[in-house]
Ligand binder design. Structure first.
Ligand code: ATR
Length: 331
């Protein structure tokens, strides 16, 4: 299933879909990959995978394919029939992707989402979700280990669901899931029953508690909204991680600094790490991520951007935190 490729130059080319929705052209002389989503035109994935391919001297083409909301199954069929090797899937198709694979990884089954598909020689479709491993790797890159830690995970939407299995696999002492709508957090607890470390709660019940790691998996930062966290919730040396990333501190990360967090991180590293895991699944080679993260950080943006969905920075691009002074519509 996993394959490494010894092909040498020409190296990767990446393109952003300029075609009509559902349309694409494959390069018959190369291995073809893509990200499918809607919208997808601002996706960083082509740039990331191009960088990985150049670094590892792999020959491949990676393009972004815009897909109409009800057209994912057809476009996936065409891409496979045309000889595509694999793809990433982003909003809003991760659930469709999970339903469309023949074999899903256990963590993909748990989250009922797939962001990485690869095709076996016999045409079997395999699916995995790499978001959770991307988050855990980014944390460990910063020497933040989850084992025996008290973790507070905020939110109960798709973003949180996609990382829960990987976080729980790291054996934290406690993983407290808190959501504005408590019933959604409780539904996730039910789905992940069998993990005694996992508990559900609500914001009001947090007072008097301390956590080593707080991960914001809500979309609040996209709207510049502050979460109702007690001022003294951070344990000594605590890390705060916003799965959103932005040119400037998100509202959550700004709060974290103000309240003495020792380490404050955003989700750009997770974006690159989840892509690296996809690349490894497809090519059997694990790219180095630090230089790619630095490359993305150093890209000077004309305006602020705020993103939370891996593989895609389109959907939420035009929502700006209060702290961002620029008009993102100009980017
Ligand atoms: P995604 O699939 O990207 O996670 P989602 O399913 O819409 O998006 O989930 C967004 C999450 O952010 C939810 O957990 C939401 O809380 P509710 O379930 O109560 O709606 C949370 N969220 C968004 N804005 C919030 C805010 N201002 N305060 C607290 N939670 C917020």
């Amino acid at each position: 299933m996993k394959k490494s490729d010894s092909k040498q130059l020409p190296l990767a080319t990446a393109s952003i879909a300029g075609q009509a929705p559902g349309q694409f052209n494959l390069d018959p002389a190369s291995d073809n990959y893509c990200v499918m989503g809607n919208p997808v035109s601002h996706s960083k994935s082509p740039r990331i995978h191009q960088a990985f391919a150049e670094q590892t001297r792999q020959s491949l083409v990676y393009q972004a394919i815009q897909v109409d909301d009800d057209d994912f199954p057809r476009t996936l069929d065409s891409f496979q029939a045309a000889g595509g090797k694999g793809l990433n899937i982003t909003v809003p198709f991760k659930g469709d992707a999970w339903r469309s694979v023949d074999v899903a990884s256990p963590r993909a089954d748990k989250s009922e989402a797939v962001n990485t598909i690869w095709f076996a020689e016999d045409g079997t479709r395999h699916g995995d979700t790499t978001d959770g491993v991307g988050l855990v790797r980014d944390l460990s890159r910063h020497e933040i280990l989850l084992q025996s830690k008290r973790i507070l995970l905020l939110g109960a939407g798709g973003a949180v669901r996609g990382v829960l299995a990987s976080l729980l696999d790291e054996a934290p002492a406690e993983l407290m899931l808190v959501n504005r709508t408590v019933a959604r957090a409780e539904a996730l607890i039910e789905l992940f029953r069998g993990y005694p470390a996992l508990k559900a709660g609500h914001y009001e019940a947090l007072s008097g508690q301390r956590f080593d790691i707080i991960i914001n998996g809500t979309s609040a930062s996209l709207n510049g909204e502050l979460l109702p966290l007690p001022a003294d919730i951070l344990a000594q040396g605590a890390c705060c991680y916003d799965m959103v990333y932005a040119d400037t501190d998100t509202v959550f990360n700004h709060w974290a600094r103000q309240h003495g967090a020792a380490i404050v991180l955003d989700g750009l590293g997770m974006l690159v790490e989840q892509a690296a895991e996809s690349f490894f699944i497809w090519r059997g080679i694990r790219p180095e991520t630090r230089s790619v993260i630095e490359m993305l950080r150093s890209v000077k943006r004309k305006a602020c951007f705020v993103v939370r969905d891996t593989n895609n920075d389109s959907r939420d691009t035009f929502k700006v935190p209060a702290a961002c002074p620029s008009n993102p519509a100009t980017r």
